[in-house]
Design a protein around this ligand. Structure first.
Ligand SMILES: Cc1cc2nc3c(=O)[nH]c(=O)nc-3n(C[C@H](O)[C@H](O)[C@H](O)COP(=O)(O)O)c2cc1C
Length: 186
C-alpha cells in the first residue's frame, strides 16, 4: 500500500463562485488514493510587508507552518491581466520569507490554470512557474494544464460535468502522484 501524501491546494481566486475553486473541489473528489488534497485558504492573509520580519504576525506563521506541513503543493489559478493574481502571489511571497527559510523549498509542485478564455490562463501558469524556479519547487512538466472555456465545464451545482476534462485531470493527477514520489524530500 502506498503512503498518503498530503497536497496543499492554493486557489488563486477569492470569488465565491470561482471556477478555479470548483475545479479544485473536483480535483479533491477525484484524486487517486495516495493523494489527499486540501484547500489552504489565502484570502485572509495580509499584504506582505518586510517589516513583518521583525515579529511575524500569527496569521503569517500559521500559514507558513501549513505550507511546511504539506508533502506537495498544487496551484489552481486564474489569469489576471496576463499574470498570476495578486492574492496568490502574496501567499507565495508570505511563505517564502524570511530569506533562506522558505516554506516552499523542495516541495513537489504543479499548476493548473483555469479560465473562461481560450488560452486557459497560460501566462498566469508560466509566471507562477517562474517564481517556483527561484523557490526550488520542482514543478510537474507534463501534462501541462491550461483549461480554457471553463465556464462550460460545470453544471448549476458546480459539479464538473465535462468528461474530457475529467479524463484529462485523472491523467494529470496520476502523473502528479508519480512526480511527488520522484521529487519528494528524502
Ligand atoms: C482583474 C482581472 C483580470 C483578468 N485578466 C484575464 C486574463 O489576462 N486572461 C484571462 O484569460 N482571463 C482574465 N480575466 C477573466 C478571468 O479569467 C475570469 O474572471 C475567471 O472566471 C476568474 O477565475 P475565477 O472564476 O476562478 O474567479 C480577468 C479577470 C479579472 C477580474
Amino acid at each position: 500500500m502506498s503512503t498518503t501524501r498530503n497536497v496543499a491546494v492554493f486557489v488563486g481566486s477569492l470569488r465565491k463562485e470561482s471556477l478555479n475553486r470548483k475545479m479544485a473541489k473536483a480535483l479533491i473528489e477525484m484524486a487517486p488514493a495516495p493523494l489527499q488534497l486540501e484547500i489552504v485558504e489565502i484570502g485572509h492573509l495580509p499584504f506582505f510587508n518586510e517589516d513583518f520580519e521583525a515579529a511575524l504576525p500569527q496569521v503569517v506563521t500559521d500559514f507558513q507552518a501549513r505550507v511546511r506541513a504539506a508533502d506537495a503543493v498544487l496551484f489552481v489559478t486564474p489569469e489576471y491581466n496576463r499574470s498570476t493574481p495578486p492574492a496568490l502571489k502574496n501567499a507565495i511571497d508570505i511563505a517564502s520569507r524570511p530569506y533562506g527559510k522558505s516554506a516552499w523549498d523542495g516541495k513537489p509542485g504543479a499548476v493548473i490554470s483555469v479560465s473562461p478564455g481560450a488560452t486557459g490562463g497560460f501566462a498566469a501558469n508560466h509566471h507562477l512557474r517562474q517564481s517556483m524556479v527561484f523557490l526550488n519547487v520542482p514543478m510537474l512538466q507534463q501534462p501541462e494544464a491550461y483549461l480554457g472555456g471553463a465556464h462550460k465545464l460545470f453544471d448549476e451545482s458546480g459539479t464538473l460535468t465535462d468528461e474530457r476534462t475529467r479524463a484529462f485531470l485523472q491523467k494529470f493527477l496520476a502523473a502528479y502522484a508519480q512526480w511527488i514520489e520522484r521529487n519528494r524530500a528524502r
